[in-house]
Design a protein around this ligand. Structure first.
Ligand SMILES: C[S@@+](CC[C@H](N)C(=O)[O-])C[C@H]1O[C@@H](n2cnc3c(N)ncnc32)[C@H](O)[C@@H]1O
Length: 283
């Protein structure tokens, strides 16, 4: 774990993110970079399947994005992933630029754009730090910041790239809280803490940005076809080595916790909290 430096909110953010990345590196040394090969080997496709927006009217972030855009707006989706927001927003705006460093994530985004006949989403393969894109009316980023150790420059660029509005979407109730008993059972130590939206708020305030913060509930639509699917998902989320003993033990623990029947097994949690941070750019 990195040395404790909490002298500023940005330093605290950096410590938390690097501690978390070091833990991933140590437990899954072959996992690859979270802005690159981590998403290869089918992970991008699985991500797309499980983050698909099934009811656009119920997705709190999409609802907010639609409120602050209209048919003539341009938008930048930073760390667009498989495009759940870029593609869902496209029909209601003039143009979306999806910035995404992972080739695997972009491949899924482009194939979904083709299937949906979406023609106004331009893609840029780059990290946000390296991307060269023109300003847009709205710049937004969903579930990316917690992967970025140097939050300050990332946020400054987001702020400078928007003419009218910036929106950030982050977890507000860490999935770690749910996984904690399982994590401690298998690893014998608590998980390295991830930064929260409150840490992000503190970093923004240090930059002179005062966003509004709204905590919303995201419906948990994830269903598992079988206990084996659930075991694979939680084994990956818990960064556990793939052995028969681990699978057996997880199956026993999950069997007692998951609800529903084969074909639609689900976690007992119906929703998870997320935070929308929003502000008008400073310039
Ligand atoms: C959890 S996914 C979120 C994807 C999408 N925004 C969503 O909400 O479904 C995180 C994404 O951030 C991307 N990413 C990681 N570091 C990044 C960076 N420095 N700049 C831009 N994107 C980054 C990853 O490649 C990945 O696609």
């Amino acid at each position: 774990m990195s040395a404790r430096d909490d002298s500023t909110a940005a330093a605290r953010w950096r410590r938390l993110v690097t501690g978390r990345l070091a833990e991933l590196d140590c437990l899954s040394p072959r996992a690859g970079s979270l802005s690159g090969s981590f998403w290869d080997g089918g992970r991008a496709e699985r991500y797309a399947k499980h983050t698909r927006i099934t009811d656009a009217g119920k997705d709190p972030f999409l609802r907010r994005l639609r409120r602050v855009t209209d048919a003539s707006s341009s938008a930048i989706d930073v760390g667009a992933g498989t495009g759940r927001y870029a593609l869902a927003l496209a029909s209601g705006v003039g143009q979306v630029t999806a910035v995404e460093p992972s080739a695997a994530m972009l491949a899924v985004l482009r194939s979904q754009a083709e299937q949906l006949q979406v023609a106004n989403v331009a893609t840029v393969q780059a990290t946000w730090e390296d991307a060269d894109v023109s300003r847009a009316d709205v710049a937004f980023s969903s579930f990316v910041l917690a992967l970025v150790p140097h939050a300050g420059p990332f946020l400054e660029k987001l702020d400078a790239s928007a003419r009218r509005r910036v929106l950030l979407y982050l977890g507000a109730f860490s999935a770690d809280a749910v996984l904690d008993p399982l994590w401690r059972h298998f690893h014998d130590v608590p998980r390295a803490p991830a930064p929260t939206y409150l840490d992000a708020l503190a970093v923004l305030r240090e930059l002179g940005i005062e966003p509004t913060a709204k905590v919303v509930e995201i419906p948990n639509d994830r269903r598992f076809e079988s206990i084996a699917d659930a075991v694979e998902h939680y084994r990956d989320a818990l960064l556990l080595t793939d052995t028969a003993a681990v699978r057996r033990e997880l199956e026993e623990l999950l069997g007692a916790w998951l609800l529903g029947r084969k074909g639609a097994l689900r976690s007992p949690l119906r929703t998870a909290a997320a935070a929308i941070l929003e502000w008008r750019p400073r310039h």
